[in-house]
Design a protein around this ligand. Structure first.
Ligand code: NDP
Length: 240
């Protein structure tokens, strides 16, 4: 039977590309999203992939959402923690709410999904967890103390959980994307984006499918000896 893979924030952008790639790999794929019903319906219409709406930052909602997926689709063997938001601003403008929401969703979401799914993976002796970090969690970024801290936290979370999962056949890895052409990057002002692209050695933004291919590999049987690693996919912008 095909492994069930849940991709948080799977209805749009990088998450949607991951859903499509994992489906092509033979996984039974389920997407999660927060509120954009139109994008979720479009994913279903285009690919047949169903979506479950819950806030990954809400612990109880995640436990209930994952329980529902397991009842309706099957045991969750693969989790891709992709859901993420930005609330940018320099420290003197950033509110506590900006800080807290980014930590709650971007980092808390990984904890909540792991709490819901890791015990089952451990019991069944096989699992794959892939966390989407960021180049800005590795290198920092002006105006993003919240986002950089949350993404940097994801990289530490990944290495710690990898150690707990290793002897149970559960791998846990991270991908640190550089700048990828999605709605999130479309929100960056053109002048700022031009300066960013100028710093990318390959000379362009990345495509969502280029992240999805990395996820696909880390979820495969071939990647069973890779755990606790961070794969940087950034066009050479940051060599870590
Ligand atoms: P998008 O903004 O295009 O899509 C975000 C997705 O996350 C949507 O499906 C959205 O759902 C979902 N989401 C947001 N908040 C929640 C929540 N609380 N609960 C559940 N789902 C939620 O983002 P990208 O595709 O650009 O980014 C995907 C990931 O990659 C993020 O973690 C981001 O930080 C990371 N990343 C992106 C980079 C880039 O250049 N684009 C670079 C480095 C990292 P809905 O549609 O319902 O709002």
């Amino acid at each position: 039977m095909a492994h069930v893979a849940v991709v948080t924030g799977g209805s749009r952008g990088i998450g949607r590309a991951i859903c499509e790639r994992l489906k092509a790999d033979g996984f039974t794929v389920v997407a999660n999203y927060a509120g954009n019903d139109a994008a979720a319906e479009q994913l279903k219409a285009d690919t047949g992939i169903p979506s479950y709406k819950f806030d990954v930052g809400d612990h109880e909602a995640v436990l209930a959402g994952c329980r529902q997926i397991e009842e309706e689709v099957g045991p969750i063997d693969v989790v891709v923690n992709n859901a993420g938001i930005t609330r940018d601003g320099t420290l003197h403008r950033m509110t506590f709410d900006d800080w807290n929401e980014v930590m709650r969703i971007n980092l808390g979401g990984c904890f909540n999904m792991a709490k819901a799914c890791f015990p089952g993976m451990r019991e069944r002796g096989w699992g794959r967890i892939v966390n989407i970090g960021s180049i800005n969690g590795q290198a920092g970024q002006y105006g993003q103390v919240n986002y950089a801290a949350a993404k940097s936290g994801i990289h530490g979370f990944t290495k710690a959980l990898a150690q707990e999962g290793a002897k149970f056949g559960v791998t846990c890895n991270a991908i640190a994307p550089g700048y990828i052409d999605t709605d999130m990057v479309a929100a960056v002002p053109d002048a700022v984006l031009e300066k960013i692209v100028a710093k990318i050695p390959v000379g362009r933004l990345g495509h969502a499918d280029e992240i999805a291919r990395g996820v696909s590999f880390l979820c495969s049987e071939d990647a069973g000896f890779i755990t606790g690693s961070t794969m940087s996919i950034n066009g050479g912008q940051h060599m870590y």
